[in-house]
Write a protein that binds this ligand. Structure first.
Ligand code: AGP
Length: 604
């Protein structure tokens, strides 16, 4: 995810900015840059070390801003790196977040003949602030006026060459904090870069703006009402800050799921028209209208997301879908008619070798290939014809958690989008409304993590575990088994609940717990009867079900809010991720980096 640092005071800013960018590297990024008063801007694709090598002798000044970019709009190139500026190179801006209405703003400037240097949403904000600054040459006023015209999430730091002794920062949706130092004032996306300079910080809240000068700071609203903000003292160490105080990145990333769902939906739902907009598919819309078959592919969790997507698209659109493990698909004979079939490749990293090769094979056969990818500008993102980015931010834990939830969310968007291309809007309004409620539903589930932790602790000694589900919960059972395998090394199996009588029931005894996914959906009664079969053989059953339908026969029950059946997989996933995490925690295992595994499997 992008990172921002800034400094203004009695010292040279450049060394702190570079040190601060290195401190933010853990957040994941693909390019970096800085602007220093009196020396100008420098930016490079790649690592901070590449940027550092590019900085000429004498590049210094007592105020500056800097940025590490996790690409969201536009590939990770030098042109797209921050800082960005306006057409007169007067104001310089670094930004964390997504400007939703950037297209409208860009089109407005382009019709006036302004030529943009990058593909980013951020540059439109730089142009807008530059325009306001020419009307009112007071930077904080220009920033406030511009921000009234943008929609989306931002954390920004802005400087102007005419006011070199000033940094203006503002926040809406992307964290920013100010550090109060002995030698000046700091700004950063999180406290990591500040801790060696100051532990006295002010956390900006949404809708707040701050003006930093060499010897003062003030915090105001966007209408310049002065705010009296509390100075807090941070007693965390660096590692705790990076994990936002959680013990592991995996838990931090599970707890980020509500925001991740919001970011995956951001700018893609028009609640007035009840329509879905996927800008990354605009160029292939005509071809998508006439498809008669979809092949989905991926590996590991991405494959299970694909299996869920298969059910979602069949249910919501009514066209046949098949999902294949990429390492199998790439060797199979492609028999589908490439004119009427598309491939959808799912990959968090966008670099999984088997998935990439499956994309190449499908395209060799003339098939249109779409990507559902988290890493912007990655190989799969570049080699597919079009796609939808997750906007889940970098996922540090090897076990996929927030990215998997984002993949499911994007599949719902894709299904409704395909349906509206074929039959217009209006078919799935309830699903769209419920999509917007998912972040709050997820928060409700996460707030009960203590219960999940206790259940996991009660089974920490398990050697085996079985996950069962039906219909939309069937692929989630497999994902839950994978999570438990990956981080706690327990032998975990998954089955369609209806399969129990055909063999797996022989496994069941009092030492072989079953996790049953049985929300109040269209197959609840059937699943319940399968669970009764398990209980009748002394099998212990941990139930995941809908609030208010907790069975009387167990206290080991985790509940989720009720919602549309097609969205339930997004919610039942969360207890499974937490169950796996807490089971591994009980076993004292290296949760973020399990043995034998890598975050991105770039070898076949
Ligand atoms: C998921 O928890 C695993 N880390 C792994 O199965 C992963 O999903 C798989 O390697 C695919 O990775 P990708 O999404 O980056 O392509």
């Amino acid at each position: 995810m992008c990172g921002i640092v800034g400094y203004i005071g009695s010292r040279d800013a450049t060394p702190f900015l570079l040190e601060g960018l290195r401190a933010l590297e853990y957040r994941g990024y693909d390019s970096a840059g800085l602007f220093v008063s009196g020396s100008g801007a420098q930016k490079r694709a790649g690592k901070v070390s590449v940027l550092e090598e590019s900085i000429p002798e004498g590049f210094q000044g007592n105020a500056g801003i800097a940025h590490t970019r996790w690409a969201t709009h536009g590939a990770p190139t030098e042109n797209n790196a921050h800082p960005h500026t306006d057409d007169t190179e007067t104001v310089w801006l670094v930004h964390n977040g997504i400007i939703e209405n950037y297209r409208e703003i860009r089109e407005m400037f382009e019709t006036e003949g302004i030529v943009f240097r990058s593909e980013t949403d951020t540059e439109t904000l730089a142009q807008l602030i530059g325009r306001k600054y020419r009307d009112t040459p007071i930077l904080e006023q220009a920033v406030a006026d511009a921000l009234k015209e943008v929609r989306g999430a931002y954390g920004i730091a802005v400087m102007a060459i005419n006011e070199p002794e000033k940094i203006v920062v503002a926040r809406h949706g992307s964290p920013l904090l100010i550090g109060i130092g002995d030698d000046g004032y700091y700004v950063a996306s999180d406290a990591t870069p500040l801790l060696t300079h100051t532990r006295n910080v002010i956390y900006l809240d949404d809708g707040e703006l701050a003006v930093l000068t060499t010897d003062s700071y003030k915090v105001t609203s966007l209408t310049h009402a002065l705010l009296n903000k509390e100075v807090q003292n941070i007693d965390w160490d660096v590692e705790s800050v990076q994990k936002k105080g959680y013990e592991h990145f995996m838990l931090k990333e599970i707890m980020e799921v509500p925001e991740v769902i919001e970011n995956s939906l951001r700018g893609r739902i028009d609640l007035e028209a009840m329509s879905i907009h996927l800008g990354g598919l605009r160029d292939v819309e005509e071809r998508l209208k006439n498809i008669e078959r979809i092949i989905i592919t991926g590996c590991g969790s991405a494959y299970y997301a694909g299996l869920t997507g298969e059910l979602l698209i069949e249910e919501l659109v009514g066209i046949p879908v098949e999902t294949e493990i990429a390492s199998e698909l790439r060797y199979r004979r492609f028999t589908a008619d490439p004119e009427k079939t598309i491939l959808v490749a799912v990959s968090q990293s966008g670099e999984t070798a088997d998935t990439l090769e499956a994309v190449r094979e499908a395209r060799k056969h003339g098939m249109l290939a779409l990507g559902i990818v988290n890493a912007v500008g990655s190989s799969i993102a570049r080699e597919t014809d079009a796609g939808v980015y997750n906007h889940a931010g970098p996922e540090i834990g090897v076990a996929s958690t927030k990215a998997f939830v984002s993949q499911l969310t994007v599949f719902v968007l894709l299904a409704i989008y395909l349906k509206q291309l074929r039959d217009g809007t209006g078919t799935h309004n309830e699903v769209i409304r419920e999509l917007t409620r998912l972040p709050d539903y997820a928060r409700r589930i996460l707030s009960a993590s203590e219960n999940i932790s206790e259940i996991a602790a009660a089974h920490a000694g398990m050697r085996d575990a079985l996950f069962v589900g039906r219909k939309f919960q069937y692929p989630i059972a497999y994902e839950g088994a994978l999570k438990l395998k990956e981080v706690s090394y327990v032998h975990a199996e998954a089955y369609g609940a209806g399969e129990m009588k055909h063999g797996p029931l022989a496994l069941i005894d009092s030492e072989f717990p079953t996790i049953a996914l049985m929300p109040l959906d269209s197959v609840y009664e059937k699943t319940l009867s399968n669970v009764e079969e398990i209980r009748a053989r002394s099998g212990k059953v941990i139930v995941i079900t809908t609030e208010g339908s907790e069975p009387a026969w167990t206290t080991e029950c985790i509940t989720i809010p009720q919602t549309h059946e097609a969205l339930l997989p997004i919610l039942t996933t969360l207890p499974l991720q937490l169950f796996a995490y807490y089971a591994a925690l009980q076993r004292g295992l290296p949760i973020d980096m399990p043995r034998n595994l890598a975050k991105s499997v770039t070898v076949e």
